[in-house]
Design a protein around this ligand. Structure first.
Ligand SMILES: [Zn+2]
Length: 379
């Protein structure tokens, strides 16, 4: 079967829904998307391997050429959920208007795979000195389970990896980590007229919050990186639920908060520090206190400014490498020994919302840039 045109590939990828979501009712398989990619890449001579990460969830590793080294062009095949009624066009149908391609995943980031294929087509005739790998992961938007599984398996992927997340074609070599955590306090309810009848979970939480804010102040004094728009690590108290009536001692209270560590801060060490500060609170208030992550942390990411990949991408894109505020799969690929960079054609400002789109003008420079990377690493 002949390979569809760039626009048809783009449209076919968008037409296959692949929402990943922590709410099971909205969560979908990404299998049709990786199978479609495997069909195209297999026809082009790639060896394609589908790895099942969870029921219905697959990573695709498609490689051309063999041996160590080489380049990985990587991305995620899932999208966030969508509300079709808020879109001007069908989110699953590619719509071209105003010099843009509209559709769910056009920018973040199924469209990247269609463009990456465009970049490699004219290079297929030449024998590769080092392999080219197209990596398509699952569940980036919900749990990062696809990239995490690759990191845990530990199989080296290549010398360099570029993740085509929306960065407006600017190379990104730093981002903060993402941690979301929960504290549950179980006290003892009782009549409000006599504090000795209970143990207030709410007052214990008040003390726990005091500890968190003290840690935040300490970390913000210790860590600062001016390359970020917000140069300090952040800790946000996101939501709190506890108690029911003014005349009852509060028996239960739960808090969820988010932490964004800078490169150089280890999520596990931060968790240990939090745990150590919370334990005395539990003892002082005679309550049960459980502290749990809501999901495994996305580590902070930094690729050295003077690394080969950063230098090359800066030259090819005409931009110095920067930092972004969102988390990506980059730290996991880096753990596998790849110099790693985030660089893709979309704009993050239109991701995760109705009328997501890709500017058509971004496509030719993306094709050129990816072709330059492939030539450098594989030919
Ligand atoms: Zn994305």
């Amino acid at each position: 079967m002949p390979l569809p045109s760039l626009k048809d590939r783009f449209a076919q990828l968008l037409a296959l829904p692949s929402v990943s979501c922590t709410q099971a009712a909205l969560d979908q398989s990404n299998r049709p998307v990786v199978e479609l990619l495997a069909t195209w890449l297999g026809d082009l001579g790639f060896a394609c391997e589908l790895q099942e990460i969870a029921p219905g969830k697959f990573n695709l590793l498609a490689s051309l050429g063999s041996g160590p080294g080489g380049l990985v062009l990587a991305g995620h095949t899932d999208t966030v959920p969508y509300d079709a009624s808020l879109w001007k066009s069908d989110p699953l149908r590619l719509d071209e208007r105003d010099g843009r391609w509209y559709g769910l995943g056009s920018c973040d980031m199924k469209g990247f795979f269609a463009i990456a294929i465009e970049a490699l087509l004219p290079l297929l005739e030449k024998p590769l000195r080092q392999p080219l790998l197209i990596l398509a992961t699952c569940d980036e938007e919900s749990s990062m389970a696809g990239a995490r599984a690759l990191a845990e398996a530990g199989r080296p992927l290549g010398r360099a990896a570029v993740i085509g997340e929306p960065t407006g074609l600017r190379p990104i070599r730093l981002h903060k980590g993402v941690m979301m955590e929960r504290i549950d306090i179980l006290g003892q309810s009782g009549h409000s007229s006599d504090p000795s009848l209970g143990h207030s979970a709410l007052e214990a939480m008040h003390a726990a919050i005091g500890e968190l804010l003290a840690l935040r102040a300490q970390w913000q004094k210790e860590f600062n990186n001016p390359q970020f728009g917000v140069p300090q690590p952040t800790l946000n108290l996101g939501c709190i639920h506890g108690g029911d009536n003014p005349n009852r001692i509060c028996g239960q209270c739960a808090l969820e908060f988010d932490l964004r560590p800078l490169p150089g801060m280890d999520p596990q060490a931060l968790r240990r520090a939090i745990g150590e500060r919370l334990q005395p609170v539990a003892e002082r208030f005679a309550v049960r206190l459980d502290y749990q992550p809501l999901f495994p942390a996305v580590p902070p990411f930094e690729q050295a400014a003077d690394s080969e990949l950063v230098r090359l991408a800066e030259r090819l894109s005409g931009h110095s490498a920067e930092a972004v505020a969102f988390g990506t799969e980059a730290p996991y690929l880096q753990q596998l020994g790849c110099e790693t960079l985030v660089l893709g054609p979309g704009d993050i400002a239109c991701a995760h919302q109705p009328d997501e789109h890709l500017e058509l003008a971004r496509i030719p420079p993306t094709v050129e840039l990816l072709r330059g990377l492939i030539q450098h690493y594989c030919l």
